[in-house]
Design a protein around this ligand. Structure first.
Ligand code: GAL
Length: 365
């Protein structure tokens, strides 16, 4: 792959032939050591409405700055057109590489073409950009495993393997325009489907297909509204025992609908409810006995891998990947580095989140 840094290094190398070695030491030596100094990296993230993306932004910037890069961080605030305009601007400003977490995974083809034309490498960050060859690498977590961890938690808590049931469950999925949504849902449903088939799990609303259960832009209030409707229409005398929720912001919305229907009181406990991202409000909710579980993804690792990839690319070295097959974006299988997620509940949050330095005990008070 050609990239600006490789070209600059090559030029510096040939210029060095004509100059004294001391005059060349700094520029070529710096690049060779990976102490890159000087490049500017554009980072385009979806929204500041969710705490996780703020953590991502901060971590990516810190990691890149530690490697000697300048950064331009922008948030599209969940408006796909706004994100396209922001990235177009970064391309025009001549950034050396782009790290992008898409709002709408199909809306960026034009702008990543512009990046390719300007020889700017693109890393898809956590959310894969679809339908274009112009994505160089993907860094994320094992997204099917996220769904499996959520389903496994529900199966264990309800004792489904011991034959218990029937239990009522409702299903929620993420935004239809996010490639991860299907991976989370499919991962979860692969484990839950046998219990739906055996009727140990019953979906009173009847809404089991992905397109019936998505939540545009992962929005908590949208999920609350849907849960309100389901409770009103399908749960006259029935009780909700479990909710598959793909993301903490959605879980908080669902919990608020349940609360206004009288759940969370002595005679009517909250159902088992999953989540993702270990956002502060949800970890506190887990400690308070409301949300049951979340899937923790160490965003510090995600950021570190992304920053390392950029550094490698700009130094003309191939970044490390650990998966070349699973993430086909419709135009090509995008080489990926996938990290492992961890299931967290009230039994292990101290070990994982506090010992792991993600939160302090004071944060969780
Ligand atoms: C997904 C991401 C999840 C969650 C969600 C809502 O793409 O993988 O971890 O953050 O977006 O922001």
């Amino acid at each position: 792959m050609r990239n600006r840094r490789a070209v600059l290094t090559a030029i510096a190398g040939s210029v060095c032939l004509a100059l004294t070695s001391s005059a060349c030491g700094e520029s070529s030596g710096g690049a060779a050591e990976g102490d890159s100094g000087g490049g500017t990296i554009g980072i385009a993230l979806p929204t500041q409405a969710s705490e996780r993306w703020i953590t991502d932004g901060k971590s990516v910037v810190e990691d890149l700055q530690a490697k000697g890069y300048k950064t331009k961080l922008v948030y599209g605030e969940d408006d796909p057109e706004n994100q396209v305009a922001q990235i177009e601007k970064l391309v025009k400003q001549g950034v050396d590489a782009l790290i992008i977490a898409a709002i709408d995974n199909k809306s960026l083809n034009g702008v990543v073409q512009q990046a390719a034309d300007a020889d700017i490498s693109v890393i898809s960050y956590d959310r894969l950009i679809l339908g274009t060859e112009n994505v160089d690498y993907y860094v994320s977590f094992d997204n099917e495993q996220v769904g499996r961890l959520q389903a496994r938690y529900i199966i264990d808590e309800l004792g489904l393997e011991d034959g218990k049931g029937p239990f009522n469950i409702e299903l929620f999925a993420g935004s239809a325009d996010d490639n991860n949504t299907k991976y989370f849902f499919d991962g979860a449903m692969r484990l839950l489907q046998p219990y739906l088939d055996s009727k140990q799990l019953v979906v009173q609303s009847g809404q089991t297909a992905l397109e019936q259960v998505t939540t545009l832009r992962w929005d908590g209030p949208t999920a609350r509204k849907r849960m309100n409707g389901i409770l009103a229409q399908s749960y006259g005398s029935e009780r909700v025992d479990a909710v598959l929720s793909p993301y903490d912001g959605i879980s908080i919305g669902i919990l608020s609908a349940l609360e206004s229907d009288g759940y969370g009181t002595g005679g009517k406990p909250f159902p088992v409810i999953t989540g993702q991202d270990a956002e502060l409000a949800s970890v506190k909710s887990i400690i308070a006995g409301q949300q049951s579980q979340t899937v923790y993804k160490d965003l510090r690792q995600l950021a570190e891998v992304a920053a390392g990839m950029v550094d490698d690319i700009l130094n003309g070295e191939p970044p490390e990947v650990n998966n070349r097959r699973s993430y086909n974006n419709g135009a090509k299988a995008v080489p990926a580095y996938l990290l492992q997620p961890t299931s967290v509940d009230k039994t292990n949050y101290k070990d994982v989140l506090i010992q792991g330095g993600y939160y302090t005990a004071a944060d969780l008070k």
